[in-house]
Design a protein around this ligand. Structure first.
Ligand code: GAL
Length: 774
């Protein structure tokens, strides 16, 4: 697949793959890949150094070709065919039957071509796509190949224009909502008949329109007693549009939409359906850990389920266009969304980055982002960029205005932000003042000044925290410190380690809680991602991030419970750290933290009380965590009893010192999956002792065998320094855990997973697959 120069003449052996596909995720990891020597301005560095693993150390660089032959039975005169890409990494050049159809450089952009003139009727057609990824073109792992959906859409020539229908809800009251539908159409003498179905599928409105202005037909439809969309109740309506020419039905489309109102107001901040709402958000890069960039809806759904349980209500697609699948899920599951476009404008962060394309492509890329996704109710803000170096200088202000105007032209209903890190500069240049929503990345000490200087009267924490930690790793002494490194290339999970430019979660909480004009935050990041292994970007073999609230396998780090204790107001959180297996630390100070939504709790070590801690204002940490700083380690049991406001015991939790690894516990996130060849079940495997206590230090090689109606797809242990490949059925547990991904085949039945580890009884589990509509 890789390296061929001309698809038609190549005699290479082509590898059979299915799209979405990421050619680089199969590795191997190699420190030489995309080694970058530079000083990172964003990270406040002043001296150049050699960085390994910045883009994941996976072989994404180079040229790749994809070919597919197909014939279109239904294709006849009067029809047209569109070839659509939800993204192609990157610098796509598309050929059909040897003729160049078009190109699209930005790997995250959605695009399509009308391939009608290139198609052969009744014969085989050959589609070929050339992709090229250059070194020094990204700041994280971008993936490689046709990593998102590719489709052919057949239409009548008389039809709705692709992405040409825009649904908004400009008036909403308890009694009625006005649903405005603007449809761009091709053809004359056209009538559109529209049905609107409510969230239960009942038809609640019918409408017909034929008045056409230019190429647009507009409908205003009254929907009675609207059920509004929000993260807590993500009600979705369906608009079914039929396009007739005379009496002949020529085209039909169904578009899901939500009825919801967004407003950003000086003083009160962000309002959703009239209620002041704070963003409890996370930033997410697009890779799915062991699956790389290849999009998979079940993987995305699992991420969102984990975030939902944490109480998260919003996602920012850092720093590029999100997948359609992610937006569909956010609509359904109830997450607000910042859809971002660029990490660079005309000025580079990396030599071969988007700066090469900005002038020619920025408008086209923004137009496609908005037109393709604007009917998703989850999107509440557009982002024109992240920490773009163009923040300084008058050109940058012009570019900000240029991009914001395009967003407004294509969608007058949503505001635009840019994540700013050069806050002082943007105060002076006017860059921050022109944005609809001033987004600050970190820089807490400048929040108050920005609030005073910027005219909007509210501030969004568009990127926050960048706290670093490794699941299950604890370092001593316990101290709040930045840029700290250790010999094992891990970070401490006491959640007190951060970067020079960033902070720990509690510091953000204070601003979120104390200032009504701070409209929320987007934590960097919900999950670890491939690449950017700060603070170990110069230390091989680190190859993935430490920023995640969850690790690369999606397993919660301790920090998950700190956010959950604050964000999930409907469920109890009571979480103890660290683990209690510290052979060799007997008698040494081993602080104990508790993350809980209770105000106070008492800690017992082997039955002996270490007193009650209550949240207080002594420091930012004391406001949000309960901490016993002088506990001395002795093996046995840590027990915490949480008290309610009346001082009565409300709940308790224990952590035990575990004995030797004895057996494995398997837990599937889903026991029943769809027999569609795509769906996934994630099986978490934990090493436990004879009594079933979790063994937090177990790093044991496990082997996997999968049989039945599915396959072994990947495995991940969340260790940012592991060089074991995700697609091979063997891996070491990292601090007692790992996750195996099973994929359904198209046959209904059972998938059996067998797990073997030296000295451990073989463990088995079984997942059912069935044909079901998800
Ligand atoms: C920000 C940047 C992110 C990531 C993060 C790490 O400045 O926007 O992409 O690099 O820092 O802390």
């Amino acid at each position: 697949m890789e390296g061929a120069e001309k698809p038609e003449t190549s005699i290479l052996n082509w590898e059979g793959v299915s799209v979405p596909h990421d050619w680089a995720i199969y590795g191997p990891f190699d420190e030489e890949i995309d080694k970058q020597t530079y000083f990172n301005e964003q990270n406040l560095e002043v001296v150049a150094s050699e960085k390994t693993g910045r883009t994941g150390a996976l072989p994404f660089i180079g040229v790749g070709w994809y070919r597919k032959t197909f014939s279109l039975k239904d294709f006849e005169p009067g029809k047209k065919a569109l070839l659509t890409f939800d993204g192609a990494m990157s610098e796509a050049q598309v050929y059909l039957n040897g003729q160049k159809v078009g190109s699209r450089p930005y790997g995250y952009s959605y695009f399509y071509f009308d391939i009608t003139p290139y198609l052969k009727q009744g014969e085989e057609n050959l589609l070929a796509v050339r992709l090229e990824n250059r070194p020094r073109s990204s700041r994280w792992y971008p993936g490689a190949g046709l990593y998102r959906k590719v489709q052919i859409i057949l239409k009548d020539e008389v039809s709705f224009k692709h992405w040409g229908t825009f649904i908004t809800t400009p008036f909403i009251s308890g009694r009625v909502a006005k649903v405005n539908i603007k449809s761009k159409v091709d053809g004359e003498n056209i009538r559109i008949e529209t049905l609107i179905k409510d969230p239960s599928g009942k038809i609640v409105a019918k409408h017909s329109a034929s008045e056409i202005f230019g190429d647009e037909i507009e409908q205003n439809i009254a929907v009675p007693t609207p059920e509004k969309w929000s993260p807590d109740s993500p009600h979705l309506y369906m608009a079914e549009l039929k396009l007739f020419q005379g009496e002949e039905l020529k085209d039909e489309i169904s578009i899901r939409f939500g009825i919801r109102e967004i407003a950003f107001k000086p003083g009160s901040g962000f309002l959703l359906n009239g209620n002041v709402t704070k963003f409890k958000g996370v930033c997410l890069h697009h890779d799915l850990g062991p699956l790389g960039a290849a999009v998979n809806k079940a993987a995305l759904r699992r991420q969102l389920e984990i975030m939902k349980d944490m109480g998260c209500n919003a996602i920012r697609s850092a720093h590029n266009m999100p997948s359609m699948e992610q937006l569909e899920l956010c609509d359904e599951m109830g997450f607000m969304f910042i859809a971002e476009s660029f990490d660079e404008w005309a000025r580079p962060k990396v030599e071969n980055g988007y700066n090469r394309f900005f002038t020619d492509w920025a408008e086209k890329d923004v137009v496609n982002l908005v037109q393709a996704t604007r009917n998703h109710p989850c999107i509440v803000i557009w982002s024109a960029g992240n920490e773009v170096p163009d923040q300084s200088g008058s050109e940058g202000v012009k570019r900000a205005k240029f991009l914001q105007d395009i967003f407004h032209r294509e969608d007058p209903t949503r505001p635009v932000t840019v994540g700013m890190d050069q806050v002082k500069t943007t105060m002076e240049s006017g860059f921050g003042a022109i944005l609809d929503v001033p987004g600050l990345n970190y820089r807490l000490r400048l929040y108050e000044e920005a609030f005073e200087k910027f005219p909007q009267q509210f501030i969004l924490g568009s990127e926050t925290a960048s706290t670093v930690s490794s699941r299950g790793v604890y370092k001593f002494p316990v101290e709040k410190v930045f840029n700290k490194t250790y010999d094992d290339a891990q970070c401490s999970s006491y959640d007190l380690e951060y970067c020079k430019w960033s902070n720990v979660p509690d510091d953000d909480f204070v601003f979120q809680d104390d200032y009504p004009w701070v409209i929320g935050e987007f934590v960097w990041t919900g999950f670890d991602y491939l690449g950017e292994p700060t603070p170990y970007d110069m230390v091989w073999p680190s190859r993935s991030s430490y920023f995640g609230i969850c690790d690369l396998a999606g397993l919660a780090k301790d920090r998950y419970y700190l956010y959950r204790s604050r964000w999930n107001t409907s469920k109890e959180t009571l979480h103890i750290l660290p683990h209690w297996n510290w052979e060799g630390r007997e008698g040494e100070i081993t602080p104990v933290f508790v993350y809980t939504n209770h105000e106070s709790a008492e800690l017992f070590v082997n039955g002996v009380s270490h007193g009650i801690q209550t949240k207080n204002n002594q420091s930012n940490q004391h406001r949000y965590r309960l901490m016993w700083m002088d506990v001395k380690y002795e093996p046995g049991t840590l027990k915490v009893v949480a008290y309610d406001k009346q001082g009565k015991p409300a709940s308790e939790k224990e952590v035990h010192t575990a004995g030797k690894p004895h057996h494995l516990l398997l837990h599937a996130n889903r026991e029943l999956i769809n027999a569609d060849g795509k769906d996934l079940s994630y099986v978490t495997i934990e090493v436990v002792d004879k009594a079933g206590n979790f063994c937090p230090n177990a790093n044991m090689q496990l082997d996997f065998e999968v049989s039945g109606s599915g396959t072994f797809l990947a495995v991940c242990n969340g260790d940012a320094t592991s060089l074991e490949m995700f697609h091979l059925p063997s891996m070491k547990t990292f601090n007692g855990k790992l996750v195996v991904l099973l994929q359904a085949s198209k046959e209904k039945g059972a998938i059996k997973l067998k797990v073997k580890g030296r000295g451990l009884a073989t463990a088995e589990t079984s997942i059912q697959t069935e044909f079901c509509i998800l």
